[in-house]
Design a protein around this ligand. Structure first.
Ligand code: URA
Length: 239
């Protein structure tokens, strides 16, 4: 990647703070490139391929955009300004928050599981646009035993108050008497809870397991990682 970027601009793009603060970091000798302290404010970078740098002796790799997968715990809101609970963003380092990342579709505070976050607007749009119909797989626990009729109704489609059209699930599979797995292809507010209510049952726990072809990897609750390129593409894969 051929570019021409001031060192302070690169630091800013990676979430290290304001232009002034990044200049200070450089002037104070906190920034190294190839293990050499770089104090020159005029220093320019011409190739960002696999570009490594150190700030306060910690190693960083330049990332044009960030793609994060988080195993969301219960009791966290997917908003920067949460109302009643902590924000999922409090589970991430400051450097990422400074980059203005956003959640790729929100989960309710009491829903757990796969949450993607990114500062790539195009990627976010592709995964959340209603016309794309990216499938999302949820594991659902219900208050009452799930009946065959309820499963049929979910597959046939149900109407939801104040929403146009019908909302149908695919791959509705019983996991045990009060748990099922279902795939939805839209993403309206509280969709799974409302679909389950529409067939006469009630959700007691909800866990998102998969987006597109991307399954939640082995992450403890509250843990996150950067998506690999393969994982990033898998989330966009519809079949
Ligand atoms: N459907 C819901 O009802 N809640 C979620 O968090 C996600 C899907």
């Amino acid at each position: 990647m051929d570019i021409d970027m001031l060192l302070e601009k690169m630091l800013q793009s990676q979430g290290f703070g304001s232009r002034k603060y990044c200049q200070q970091l450089i002037k104070n000798g906190a920034v190294s490139i190839q293990d050499e302290i770089q104090k020159d404010l005029k220093y320019r970078i011409h190739d960002l391929t696999d570009f490594n740098f150190q700030v306060f002796d910690q190693n960083y790799v330049y990332r044009e955009k960030v793609y994060i997968i988080l195993n969301k715990p219960k009791g966290f809101e997917c908003s920067h300004q949460p109302h009643h609970h902590q924000s999922v963003f409090s589970l991430l380092p400051d450097l990422l928050i400074q980059r203005n990342i956003a959640a790729v579709g929100r989960l309710d505070q009491d829903t757990t599981g796969l949450l993607l976050l990114t500062d790539d607007g195009q990627y976010l749009h592709t995964l959340t646009h209603p016309k794309k119909h990216v499938p999302k797989v949820y594991h659902v626990a219900t208050i009452d035993p799930i009946t065959v009729d309820q499963m049929h109704q979910l597959e046939q489609g149900v109407e939801l108050h104040n929403e146009k059209g019908v909302f149908a699930a695919t791959n509705v599979t019983l996991l045990n008497e009060t748990q099922l797995s279902m795939t939805i292809h839209q993403g309206v507010y509280h969709q799974v809870k409302r679909m389950i209510a529409a067939v006469g049952n009630k959700v007691t726990a909800l866990h998102r397991h998969k987006i597109g072809q991307l399954e939640l990897p082995n992450l403890a609750e509250g843990e996150w990682m950067y998506l690999t390129e393969t994982q990033k593409l898998a989330a966009q894969q519809i079949t």
